[in-house]
Design a protein around this ligand. Structure first.
Ligand code: GLA
Length: 328
């Protein structure tokens, strides 16, 4: 009897295991990002791949640099029989269009990093989203800058600020406004904050924008810089170097902490890039992929809004901070 029982259990278990395995094997999830060459997005993909290996689903990675590519990525995933997609869209205003396209293709839709908005600029609250706590992280950037201004004994009134901006993206605006609020609270002169609008969110566009600010304000000798991400802030640093400013006269703090920042920290002598608030591509890549998997296989809908935090790192501390965040 005991033997029969055991045999029965063994059979039941193997049927269960086989069916779980086939569920996972049938699951296909798209992970679409707006700037596939950016280290942040490479890292997101890397961590999403880990989730796919762990759960045994197929991850389809697609780069979509403009709206048309994003919409055709959704169609492409639908045609491949995917059940869900996690996307960082190249244009948040595509919101309702992307939702419609995902619905037409019977794809569950989640956003990461950049939250979709409607025609009035209001977030689409029904689409589950994971992003960074943009204002808070911007404030951490501002605080790091203020602390360094004081540590270097600068006269706050004589310092200029380069606000590398991309205001059409809400998370970008919130980040720089967070930084500015802390600067102002600490006596930074509002008229010394100069907007440097990027045409694209990469280093080259930021460099060009920051160049204009520095050339117009050559009377200011000490500068701080902040922006959407490390790439933006590095553009301002390169512009300061081109303008002949010394590293000691520049305090630039980025957001991200991927390779762009790490390579800068590894340079033999410090540059104007003082620090970066490291955020977690592991959470944004791994967790969103797992959440989508659970949504597809267990009908467990992800939380509508998850905001992740960040931690300041400098040349001296970045290794320890990365370790802390499970990034090594
Ligand atoms: C935006 C930026 C990226 C990165 C993510 C983080 O998408 O463009 O560089 O900072 O936010 O959520």
């Amino acid at each position: 009897m005991r033997f029969v029982n055991k045999l029965f259990m063994a059979c039941a278990m193997s049927v269960l295991m086989a069916s779980t395995a086939s569920v996972a094997a049938d699951v296909k999830i798209g992970f679409v990002v707006k700037q596939p060459e950016e280290p942040w997005f490479q890292d997101e993909w890397k961590f999403a791949d880990i989730a796919a290996k762990e759960k045994g689903f197929t991850l389809v990675k697609i780069g979509a640099e403009d709206g048309e590519k994003a919409l055709s990525a959704i169609d492409n995933l639908g045609a491949q029989g995917a059940q869900g997609v996690v996307i960082c869209t190249p244009d948040v205003k595509l919101g309702p269009g992307l939702v419609a396209r995902a619905t037409a293709n019977q794809l569950k839709l989640m956003t990461v990093d950049d939250r979709l908005v409607n025609s009035k600029g209001k977030p689409l609250e029904n689409v589950p989203h994971m992003g960074i706590s943009a204002t808070k992280i911007g404030e951490a950037v501002g605080q790091a800058i203020v602390d360094q201004i004081k540590a270097r004994g600068w006269n706050m009134k004589e310092v200029g600020a380069i606000r590398v901006s991309y205001d059409q993206l809400p998370t970008a605006k919130d980040r720089v406004e967070g930084a500015i609020s802390v600067l102002k609270q600490n006596g930074f002169v509002a008229s010394n904050i100069f907007d440097a609008p990027q045409s694209k969110t990469d280093t080259e566009a930021a460099l060009n924008a920051a160049n204009v600010v520095l050339n117009k304000n050559a009377n200011i000798k000490k500068w701080v810089a902040f922006g959407l991400n490390d790439e933006a802030v590095l553009g301002a640093v390169r512009a300061s170097e081109a303008a002949g400013l010394k590293a000691a006269d520049v305090i630039a703090v980025g957001i991200g902490g991927s390779d762009a920042a790490i390579n800068e920290f590894k340079k033999p002598s410090p540059t104007g890039f003082y620090g970066s608030v490291i955020i977690s591509p592991k959470r944004h890549g791994y967790e969103t992929a797992i959440n989508m998997y659970n949504w597809i296989t267990a009908n467990k809908e992800p939380e509508k809004l998850i905001l992740t935090s960040g931690k300041l790192a400098t040349r001296e501390t970045y290794q320890a901070v990365r370790k802390d965040l499970g990034l090594q």
